[in-house]
Design a protein around this ligand. Structure first.
Ligand SMILES: Cc1ncc(COP(=O)(O)O)c(C=O)c1O
Length: 385
């Protein structure tokens, strides 16, 4: 083993894959069946189960969550000359998918408590874009860290402006809002099965929708836009975005275990909440109403004036103990690649970026690892009383 790989194996990570014997069994079955292609019975079954799980009529398995966002946006008309509203507090993939379409990402700030798209600022941004004569192809609320966006408040605003919703549910499989599951909101929704997500296919994603025409078009575009002709006829540009049958097998096994993996993450959230109870200036992010969340990542938000220490002090202390933690997403309007983008801001995302730190949250963490994290946090807090 190299020093780097030793370090990799001992370091306690934020959210590593949680795979075991059931995954091995189904992947082996997929290989033995001879379906080693981006189609096959495991892909069909995986699509069916995900559609069932999130209450949608159609699901299309893709190579990533980003691919799902890209194709969903394309089909809703995102193109040069149109704008797409993206929360500024998100992972770059949400904004990148807009850029792939040649559309303009317009960044909007978040609710300070949940970090999800602010309905008030959404309204303001849509009004202002309407006045400026900019057509808006879609609004992309993000279900941040496994907390659904406030669709109850966002949907009526989008309806009033006649703009469709693409729900970025990449981080939120298994969460819900009201009585509806993540993924059931919007004209389309996107899930990610990247290696760090609540469940994984090592890399993969899914577009879900109730519109059969949308599902059919996305299937077609994701397989190089092949017309039904033996010689491969193409009338438009397509993409190689389908999920492999072998990876779908991994997904099927993970989906069987999803509720158990969510329960593990929730139990970890409870441990963190207990540890930070009564610590001045520090609170668990998105704690209020988190029964409906999938608890993908738990974060702590630190007001350093009250706490006497900062999120960065804590990050350094954890890093010194070989424990990974990471600031909340750096807002998109602060990213050099999006310099000059139109933005509607009130400082909430900036403040969460400055104060928030995500903590190890994976369902694969062993009891020993959890004890190491809690012990390190306890010692840090004890030293800052
Ligand atoms: C909010 C959000 N959107 C989109 C994505 C993209 O998913 P993927 O990595 O599967 O392309 C991710 C995760 O990576 C994400 O966290």
């Amino acid at each position: 083993m190299t020093a780097a790989s030793t370090r990799q194996s001992t370091r306690i990570l934020l959210s590593s894959p949680d795979v075991g014997s059931r995954e091995q069994e189904l992947v082996t079955a997929a290989i033995e069946s001879g379906w080693i292609a981006p189609l096959g019975p495991m892909v069909d079954a995986f699509e069916e189960r995900i559609a069932e799980r999130c209450g949608r009529r159609h699901a299309v398995a893709l190579s990533s969550g980003t691919a799902a966002l890209h194709l969903g946006l394309l089909e809703l008309g995102a193109r040069p000359g149109t704008a797409v509203i993206v929360p500024t507090l998100t992972f770059a993939a949400t904004a990148n998918a807009v850029a792939y379409c040649g559309a303009e990402p317009v960044f909007v700030d978040c609710d300070p408590e949940t970090g999800t798209l602010s309905p008030e600022l959404l309204e303001r941004s849509l009004s202002s874009l309407e006045q400026a004569g900019t057509p808006v192809a879609a609004v992309v609320p993000v279900d941040l860290l496994g907390r659904c966006a406030d669709y109850t408040a966002l949907d009526p605003v989008c309806d009033r402006f006649g703009v469709p919703v693409v729900s970025d549910a990449a981080e939120a499989l298994g969460a819900s809002h009201g009585s509806r599951p993540a993924g059931s909101f919007g004209a389309v929704a996107a899930f990610s099965f990247n290696g760090n997500k609540i469940m994984t296919t090592s890399g993969g994603g899914m577009l879900v929708t109730d519109d059969p025409g949308m599902a059919e078009r996305v299937r077609y575009l994701s397989t190089q836009a092949r017309q039904p002709a033996v010689h491969y006829e193409h009338t438009e540009i397509g993409y190689n975005y389908r999920l492999s049958n072998v990876l779908a097998a991994l997904g099927l096994a993970q989906l069987e275990r999803l509720d158990g993996m969510i329960a593990r993450r929730r139990a970890l959230r409870e441990r963190y909440a207990e540890l930070f109870t009564g610590v001045p200036g520090a609170q668990i992010f998105q704690r209020s109403g988190d029964e409906a969340d999938n608890c993908w990542l738990t974060a702590v938000v630190v007001d350093s004036d009250r706490a006497g220490w900062s999120a960065e002090d804590l990050r350094k202390a954890l890093d010194a103990a070989d424990i990974e933690s990471r600031p909340l997403w750096k807002p998109m309007h602060r990213q050099p690649v999006f310099t000059g983008a139109r933005s509607y801001l009130d400082g909430s995302a900036d403040q969460l970026f400055a104060r928030g730190l995500t903590l190890p949250s994976g369902s694969a963490l062993t009891e020993d690892q959890v004890a190491t994290v809690m012990g390190t946090l306890g010692a840090f807090l004890g030293g800052h009383r």
